[in-house]
Ligand binder design. Structure first.
Ligand SMILES: Nc1ncnc2c1ncn2[C@@H]1O[C@H](COP(=O)(O)OP(=O)(O)OP(=O)(O)O)[C@@H](O)[C@H]1O
Ligand SMILES: [Mg+2]
Ligand SMILES: [Zn+2]
Length: 279
């Protein structure tokens, strides 16, 4: 179906909390969900492989604790992975595993090739700094030094995410939840990354605010043709945004395909339950 190369490839990404034991490190490990009852190791992600293509929105859906945030944080180098590989088409033409690069190279990838919107805006923003300086911070990290350009670019982005320009000097702590997510989105976009990671970006917002943030994400994707991974426990959000969808359960991918296909004909019992609960 896809003729071009994936812009991002992840292969067998595993993230475990704990060292594991003879019970859980064997092929047919006996786990309680993602948890080894003998040594208490948590397998937050287990052998996760993903392809992301240019210009697409890939949805990741799964219940609480299924490993979605761990996957996003691992990709953004917030968490060190236990095993696996990742390749970016825009980093040495996808020939090098990003997870084995130096700290300096990882910073470069994070600052210029990726944008992240955290579920918790406290993780993504400095709440008492002005919104404009929050956005400039990412541009500085990406190597920008020209103040006037940065201010112009920040204002342009705030406008794009519908934050009134007269509020650009206010700190995010003055803003509503929906506005804080908009500032995070503006910040993530500020270095023109080819890939945007969005973790539960609308969770906890009012339905009407949710709708406007989802709308904004769609508009940005259309205008910038940026690739996105959208994570949510809410299949309704995924249905609105994602071309393709991956379903995670207990740290593993249990099903994937075109979003329409998954909604019409879910194969796995867990996915069936998710889809029927939407109706
Ligand atoms: N620092 C940690 N130490 C131990 N276990 C952890 C740690 N961080 C996450 N986990 C475990 O990893 C698993 C996956 O967590 P994760 O936050 O990735 O789930 P999620 O799918 O994002 O859930 P939610 O929908 O609630 O955000 C959970 O079982 C969680 O308890
Ligand atoms: Mg999460
Ligand atoms: Zn164990």
């Amino acid at each position: 179906m896809h003729v071009e190369l994936p812009i991002l490839k992840i292969r067998n990404l595993t993230k475990q909390y704990g060292d594991g034991c003879p019970n859980c490190l064997q092929e047919n490990a006996k786990l309680e969900k993602n948890f080894c009852p003998i040594c208490k190791t948590v397998f937050a992600c287990k052998n996760v492989s993903i392809d992301l293509y240019r210009g697409e929105i890939l949805g990741i859906v799964g219940e609480s604790g299924s490993g979605k945030s761990t996957l996003m944080k691992s990709l953004y180098f917030d968490e060190e992975i236990t095993a696996g590989a990742g390749y970016l088409e825009d980093f040495h033409s996808g020939s090098l595993n990003i997870f084995t690069q130096s700290e300096q190279q990882k910073r470069f990838i994070r600052n210029t090739l990726l944008g992240m919107v955290y579920q918790n805006p406290m993780l993504g923003l400095k709440m008492s700094f002005s919104s404009i300086s929050n956005i400039a911070e990412k541009q500085i990290s990406a190597g920008n030094r020209h103040v006037k350009n940065m201010v112009n670019r920040s204002n342009e982005l705030l406008d794009k995410v519908n934050i009134p320009l007269k509020r650009s000097k206010e700190p995010p702590k003055n803003f509503s939840g929906g506005m804080q997510q908009r500032v995070q989105i503006a910040k993530a976009l500020s270095s023109n990354p080819p890939i945007l990671l969005l973790d539960e970006v609308t969770t906890g917002l009012d339905l009407s605010v949710q709708a406007s943030v989802l709308d904004l994400i769609k508009t940005i994707q259309r205008e910038l043709n940026i690739s996105m991974i959208v994570v949510s426990h809410d299949l309704a959000v995924i249905r609105m945004l994602a071309d393709r969808t991956i379903v995670m359960l207990n740290g593993q991918i249990i099903e994937q395909g075109l979003t329409d296909q998954i909604l019409e004909d879910p194969q796995h019992a867990y996915t069936q339950q998710l889809v029927y609960s939407l109706l």
